[in-house]
Design a binder for this molecule. Structure first.
Ligand code: ADP
Length: 588
């Protein structure tokens, strides 16, 4: 589809260019032809003026000469040979003065009696010119004019004649003069323009190309031929058609004509009549230089068009490439955006999934913790409750039997069980409640000593001993005395649990590092497995059997130290056993 459209566009542009070239060619040809016609007209004007001026110089002379006494007397009464000779000399002299070709006197019967050329071979004397129209016109009383090829001389010339009258006013003869045209004709020769002069019958008698002389430009009709023959205008010369063809091109008259060199050329033709002489002057301008100019202009235009089209094509290509690049970039961007969107969606989905899983895990963890706590609590409470119930029943039986001392003993057991449950309740309270005991500055050593004393019974039960080794210059720490003691007791008890029955030693040490003081409690138990190291500080996390641990000790201790602005950490000693580090802020 696109290819078809492209072909149609290309053909359209080609047709348009062709039409444009043709239009330009037509325009340039019309313009240069019009200019050519102008040039030809200028030449024509010059030629006509020159010819006219040439003729005018002579036109009044015959009338003037006809009035001369010598002339009138001579023709009124033709003299003897001497008289004729004198006249001949007079004519010869006068002819030289007026610069005519020939000057002669013709008797009424047409015979030439005296002539300026009396002494030349082709002398007119004795010639009869009755056939020449200029003679008959003058004899009729008019001013005779005629152009012809001299029958005697064979030289083309223009004849002027005037009637000569005797003293009574009768026409007794004619004075005639002939002027040559060869010089005028020779002056016309130009390379690009040809000049022709035709007589009233359309026969060329002057031409820049000699071949065209005595040729009929108009159709050689019978009466035209007859007239020419009668007047012997062209003597014995055969008159042939000129053989030109005429066409109308670009509004101008175009004549095709072959010259002496045998080459037919196209000429722009302009012409003008010279009514007085009865002539038509034609100027033919060779169109070859005009055609060459038109061709040059068309070639220049075609080149310009080529350059313009190339430029347009280059511009179009550039634009197309740019559009393509923009489209490619847009596509790439769209693809990238699509990928990003897809990836974002994937990530969001994964994230959602993760969140869900986390939520599920937290939920599961909470439930598990709740389960463990419930189990521990129910055990911790049910066991003393069941025991208390047994003691109460047997106390009742013992009271019935009046065994009061044993009954009292049982009641004492019940009271201690109640105390134990109260202790559990207290523990639980610690989990939830944040004590508002203010922080104090505490020396560490007494706090440790008190804690060891408090835990004494328990430690003894497990068969472990405690070795406290604190540096004497240890700075005091920030904390609450009761809670700090609770933490240390708790850690000592856990250590004792870990070393139950081994008879080992718990080592308590401390060191200060800048702003903090660290108390370490090291045991020689199995240590804390890496798998549970992160979880032992969680509430209700315990590895101990139900009834022996609530899993709250480390959680509570951790929170207490957070309250003190400190920390609780666990490590495994390189030689085995767990090391709990109680980190506290050094006071002051
Ligand atoms: P409980 O002592 O009631 O289990 P704790 O929070 O005090 O609760 O302890 C949590 C768990 O941490 C214990 O169950 C035990 O697995 C582990 N633990 C605590 N202290 C030690 C220790 N010194 N050596 C090895 N394991 C310990």
């Amino acid at each position: 589809m696109a290819v078809t459209r492209r072909i149609v566009t290309a053909v359209g542009i080609a047709a348009l260019c062709l039409a444009l070239v043709f239009a330009v060619a037509r325009f340039v040809r019309a313009a240069s032809f019009a200019e050519g016609v102008e040039t030809a007209n200028a030449t024509l004007r010059q030629t006509v003026n020159a010819l006219d001026g040439h003729l005018r110089r002579f036109e009044t002379l015959p009338a003037l000469l006809a009035r001369q006494v010598e002339v009138r007397e001579f023709l009124s009464a033709p003299p003897d040979a001497d008289g004729v000779q004198r006249m001949n000399l007079w004519l010869k002299y006068t002819n030289r003065v007026i610069e005519a070709s020939d000057l002669y006197l013709i008797a009424a019967d047409g015979t030439t009696l005296a002539a300026s050329n009396f002494d030349r071979d082709e002398s007119f004397i004795g010639q009869n010119f009755t056939y020449r129209p200029y003679f008959t016109e003058a004899m009729a009383g008019g001013q005779g004019r005629f152009f012809a090829l001299g029958t005697t001389s064979g030289i083309r010339g223009y004849y002027f004649a005037s009637p000569v009258r005797d003293w009574a006013g009768r026409i007794v003869g004619v004075v005639a003069l002939k002027i040559g045209v060869d010089e005028v004709e020779a002056a016309w020769a130009t390379p690009s323009a040809q000049t022709l002069v035709t007589d009233p019958d359309g026969i060329v008698f002057m031409a820049t190309d000699p071949l065209w002389r005595y040729r009929g430009m108009l159709e050689l009709t019978a009466d035209r031929v007859e007239r020419t023959r009668t007047s012997r205008r062209y003597a014995d010369q055969d008159v042939l058609p000129l053989g030109q063809s005429v066409a109308q091109v670009a509004g101008q008259r175009l004549v095709t004509l072959a010259g002496s060199d045998g080459v037919a050329r196209d000429y722009l033709s302009v012409s003008r009549d010279m009514p007085q002489a009865g002539w038509s002057v034609h100027v033919l301008l060779d169109t070859a230089p005009l055609h060459a100019r038109v061709r040059l202009s068309v070639v220049a235009f075609v080149m310009f068009l080529g350059v313009a089209l190339s430029l347009a094509w280059a511009l179009w290509q550039r634009r197309a490439r740019l559009a393509e690049r923009i489209a490619l970039q847009a596509a790439a961007q769209a693809e990238l955006e699509g990928q990003v969107a897809a990836r974002t969606a994937d990530l969001r989905q994964a994230n959602d999934e993760l969140h869900r899983m986390q939520a599920d895990l937290v939920q599961a963890g909470k439930l598990a913790a709740l389960g463990r706590m419930s189990a521990a609590l129910s055990h911790e409470i049910n066991q003393p409750l069941a025991a208390a119930r047994n003691y109460a029943e047997s106390a009742g039986l013992l009271i019935d039997r009046d065994d009061l001392p044993r009954a009292r003993d049982n009641i004492g057991q019940i009271l201690s069980l109640i105390d134990r449950m109260a202790a559990i309740a207290r523990h639980l309270r610690h989990v939830a409640r944040k004590p508002d005991e203010p922080l104090k500055t505490l020396p560490l050593a007494p706090a440790v000593a008190e804690a060891v004393a408090t835990a004494g019974a328990r430690l003894a039960a497990s068969g472990v001993t405690v070795r406290v080794d604190l540096p004497p210059d240890l700075p005091a720490v920030k904390g609450g005395p009761v809670r700090l003691q609770q933490v240390i007791v708790n850690l000592l008890c856990n250590a004792a649990d870990a070393m139950d029955g081994t008879g080992g030693v718990i080592e308590v040490a401390a060191f200060a590092t800048g702003p903090s003081v660290t108390l370490t409690i090291r045991d020689h138990g199995p240590g804390v497995a890496p798998a549970i190291r992160d979880r032992i500080f969680d509430p209700f996390f315990t590895t101990k059997t139900v009834g022996s641990g609530l899993g709250l000790g480390l959680s509570i201790s951790y929170n207490i130290l957070q309250d003190f602005g400190g920390d609780l950490r666990v490590d495994t000693h390189p030689d085995g056993g767990a090391v709990f580090s109680v980190v506290m802020q050094a006071a002051g």
